[in-house]
Design a protein. Structure first.
Length: 76
C-alpha cells in the first residue's frame, strides 16, 4: 500500500468515525488490514527507525500515524 492509498483510507475511515482520535483511527486501519498489513506496516516502521524488532501492532499503528502526520504537513 502506498502512502497516498493509506491517506485516502485514513480519510475515509475518519469520515465514518468522526468521534475517534487519530491514534484510534490508525488502530482501526491496522486491525481491518489483518495480520499481513500489520506486519507490512510494522516492518516499514522498524526499517525507518533502524530497529530490528518490536511489537507488531503498536509499531504498525505508529507507522500509520507517522505517514498521516508527515503527509498532512504543519498545522496552521
Amino acid at each position: 500500500m502506498t502512502a497516498e492509498e493509506l491517506i485516502i483510507e485514513f480519510a475515509l475511515t475518519r469520515l465514518d468515525h468522526p468521534d475517534l482520535d487519530f491514534e484510534e483511527i490508525a488502530a482501526l486501519l491496522v486491525r481491518r488490514g489483518g495480520p499481513e498489513r500489520e506486519l507490512e506496516f510494522a516492518s516499514r516502521n522498524l526499517a525507518d527507525r533502524g530497529e530490528l524488532r518490536g511489537a507488531t501492532f503498536p509499531t504498525a499503528v505508529e507507522y500509520v500515524l507517522r505517514v498521516v502526520l508527515t503527509l498532512r504537513g504543519p498545522s496552521d
